[in-house]
Write a protein that binds this ligand. Sequence first.
Ligand SMILES: Cc1ncc(COP(=O)(O)O)c(C=O)c1O
Length: 311
Amino acid sequence: MEQISSPEQVVITSGSQEGLYLIASLLARPGDLVLTEMPTYFGSLQLFQSLGMQVVPVPMDADGLRVDVLERILSHCRPRFLYTVPTYHNPTGWTMSAIRRKQLLALSEKYGLPIVEDDAYRHLHLDKEPPPALKALDHSGHVVYLNTFSKLLFPGLRIGWVAANRKLAQLLTRMKELSITTNTLGQLALAAYLRNGALRPHLENARLQYSEQAAIMESHLDRFSPLGIRYERPKGGFYFWVSLPEEINPRKLMARCLERGVSFTCGDMFLLREAEQPYIRLCFTHERSEKIDRGMKIIAEVLQQGKELQL
Ligand SMILES: Cc1ncc(COP(=O)(O)O)c(C=O)c1O
C-alpha cells in the first residue's frame, strides 16, 4: 500500500507539460507503446509522438475510458503506461464513473500498468464535486498524479505538480534538478498567495462565473438543436463537446466563424491523425458572458447559412 505520505513524493514542475515530459521519459523509450484515451488533450499526444512513442488509442464513452477495450488491449500487448484525464476530460468534458475508476485500478494492478492521471480540471466543477481521483483510490502506487495551476489561476504561471510513489518521485526529483526552466519567482509568489488562503475564494468565484458562462453557452446550444446540433452538458472543466450534423464540415465552419472573429477548436485536433469527424470544442471559460452571447449568435448565423450553403 503506497499513498502520498510525505512532501518528498510531490515534485513541483513547470506546468503539467513538464511533469508529463519527465514521467513519460522515465517510464517509456522511443518505440514503446503508450495508451491514451481517444480523443485526448493534444499537448499529451504531441509530446508522446515527439518522444517517438507509439500511441495506442483507447475509446471512451460518457462514463470515461472503455475499460473493456483496455482489457482486450492489455491481454495481448504490454504498454509502458496509460495517460488519462478521468475528470472533466479535455476535450469531451466527460467524467469517469466511480465504477470505471475501480475497474481501471483493478486492471492496473492485474497487469502492473502504471496510470498517469492528469487532473487539471478537478477543482472546476459546475455543481457537485466529482468522484475521488484515481490517486486517492490507489493502493498499489501505480498511479502517478499530475495537476497544474494553469486552470486554477492562469497558464503563464507555468507551475504544476506530480505526486508519485517514493521510487518514481525520487527519479523525477533527480531529473527535475537538471532542469533550468524553473519559475522560482512565480513559485515564491504562489506560495505566498496560497499561505494567505486566497485560492479558495478565488475558486469559489471562478466556479460561479464559469457556471453562468456555461449556462449562457448552453442556452444558445439548445436553440441550435433544430439545426441538428448535439451535446451533453459538462459537469465541470472548460468545454462543451458539440457534434455537428453530417452535412456541416467542422473545418469550414471554423474558418467562416474565424472570419467573423469567433474561434473554437475542431475535434480532429484531439485525434491521432486528421480525420473526418463531426465534433467541435467550445470553451466557456475564456471569454465573459457578453462575448459568449455575441459569439454564439455569430456561430448560429454561420451554421444557418452553412446549412443552406452545404458548408
Ligand atoms: C488535460 C490538460 N492537462 C494539462 C494542460 C496544460 O497544463 P500546463 O499549462 O500546466 O502545461 C491542459 C491545458 O489545456 C489540459 O487540458
